[in-house]
Design a binder for this molecule. Structure first.
Ligand code: ATP
Ligand code: MN
Length: 473
């Protein structure tokens, strides 16, 4: 029975006879001694393995190289090295799988290069850290909601509804593209399709979650979401993961408080449970920073603690526009998208100005013009704005979008009409039968992982990124 390296490093006692298994990261060898660093993915740290070369057949020695997998048994001894307190003096070594022409070298590769090898990048320090952190966040999300009496709801991946009414859908069909039946008007006859109607991959689980909240009270979805938007940015994926709580009787203030509590819970959890991963990423960023620019943001760990400790700022959209119009960046024409005035959609550069330059902490922007927001958001008494909220983070911009939902059926139907949304009769039943105020939001998991890891491209925080023109594997 072998023991995970994480356990050996944490609990291993000097003198214990153990077996470790893993992949060789580095090898150093001289006449008397061979040093291997071994990693099995269980933690950030490597186990140092020390052996005598003359104990090993020469053919085997040559195969002990970066990327090869081995099993080593031996005894734990106190380490002379500065990096670890314990190391393994191997008595017996078995080569499990050699790795000739392994493309990863024991040095830092560029992220672009590793993006061309997404199936191998799990074996690097950086991506090991990122994906252990991504796991910890996912686990903590379930923990947070479970502790608060929410029910985890599995909403469908294949739907017949477009939650935003915005298009950008991936069609799901079993029709043969070469021989597709057409109606008399020349359109595709979806009656012939698998579900007898047009279907697509979900862009949000919200509408389904709303129906569940009407019976279960507080629910959350946590699953993959698909958008065929041609946004070739460092913040957009075609397939991303979203967390969407929906809560009966919550108003906009309640949902903002829930969002802030969730994000701070996750930060505190990570600082407690992933110190080695965060410290590694912190050092990684510091070493990059020295080389390049002096205006780089504060170090990662400082940034996480700062966001954890600060109350989030809160302003209305109308106030945000006033701040942006007045900003030096706007006056000096520094924005790629000029601030044209009330009614415009905020671009990512505007969001980041508010967060990084004006407030210098996370910002919640509320009460957007109804014309730029989704049909289901509750209309405010001014008749122009809706009870929406976007939560903006440093470095990332929008991380959460949410709202109080329109519970008045006549307002909702009017909004659906002006957004040309049909076929949602089942959704309207939430308002027909026992309608109530309720609220929810969508947290982009990948964007949050981007923030906490300090990575710069969303393709580097999801294991297998899907972006326009690109499905690596
Ligand atoms: P953006 O304006 O940045 O495209 P959005 O307004 O379309 O975002 P929502 O529809 O409110 O976003 O979705 C809720 C959350 O899901 C966003 O706050 C963001 O964190 C995340 N998100 C949205 N689109 C994407 C995407 N293409 N890739 C990754 N995350 C996304
Ligand atoms: Mn979008």
């Amino acid at each position: 029975m072998h023991t995970k390296i994480k356990e050996l490093l944490q609990f291993g006692t000097v003198g214990a006879q153990v077996e470790a298994k893993g992949w060789i990261r580095t090898k150093r060898i001289n006449k008397q001694v061979i040093f291997l660093t071994l990693n099995d993915g269980s933690c950030q740290q490597h186990l140092q393995v020390v052996m005598t070369p003359s104990d090993l057949p020469k053919a085997l020695l040559n195969q002990l190289a970066t990327g090869a997998s081995i099993a080593v048994s031996g005894s734990l001894v106190a380490s002379q090295g500065a990096n670890q307190s314990i190391e393994l003096h191997g008595h017996q070594l078995t080569l499990l799988g050699n790795a000739p022409d392994y493309p990863l070298q024991p040095k830092a590769h560029s992220l672009e290069f590793l993006r061309s090898l997404v199936h191998l990048r799990f074996r690097t320090n950086t991506f090991g850290a990122v994906f252990r952190i991504r796991h910890a966040i996912s686990y903590a999300i379930h923990h947070f909601f479970h502790e608060r009496g929410f029910f985890y709801l599995h909403t469908p991946i294949i739907t017949a509804a477009d939650a935003e009414g915005a298009g950008e859908l991936f069609r799901v069909t079993s029709l043969d593209p070469m021989h597709t039946a057409k109606n008399l008007d020349g359109n595709i006859d979806f009656k012939e399709d698998f579900f007898s109607k047009a279907t697509n991959l979900t862009v949000s689980g919200q509408l389904a979650a709303e129906t569940a909240a009407m019976g279960l009270g507080a629910v959350y979805t946590f699953g993959p979401t698909f958008r065929a938007e041609n946004s070739n940015t460092t913040r957009h994926l075609a397939e991303f993961w979203m967390v969407e709580p929906e809560v009966a009787f919550n108003n906009l203030d309640d949902t903002i408080a829930l969002a802030e509590a969730l994000l701070k819970f996750l930060l505190a959890y990570l600082l407690k449970t992933c110190p080695a991963e965060l410290e590694f990423l912190n050092q990684r960023l510091l070493s990059h920073r020295n080389k390049e620019d002096k205006t780089a943001p504060m170090p990662l760990l400082e940034r996480l603690n700062f966001v954890l400790e600060q109350p989030f700022a809160r302003i209305t959209y109308t106030e945000a526009i006033a701040i942006l119009i007045d900003s030096e960046s706007n006056k000096h024409g520094k924005f790629a998208y000029p601030v044209t005035g009330w009614g415009m959609d905020l671009q990512s550069e505007h969001e980041r100005y508010l967060v990084e330059h004006h407030f210098k902490r996370p910002v919640v922007v509320t009460d957007y013009p109804k014309a730029i927001k989704a049909f289901y958001m509750r209309q405010n008494d001014d008749g122009k704005t809706v009870a929406a909220m976007d939560l903006l983070f440093p470095g990332v911009g929008e991380i959460i979008g949410g709202s109080q939902r329109e519970e008045r059926i006549d307002y909702l139907q009017a909004a659906m009409q002006s957004n040309e949304i049909q076929d949602l009769d089942w959704y309207l039943d939430t308002r027909r039968f026992g309608t109530i105020p309720h609220s929810g939001f969508g947290l982009g998991l990948d964007r949050f992982v981007l923030f906490v890891t300090g990575m710069e491209n969303i393709r580097d925080v999801i294991p297998f990124p899907r972006t326009p023109g690109h499905v690596p594997c």
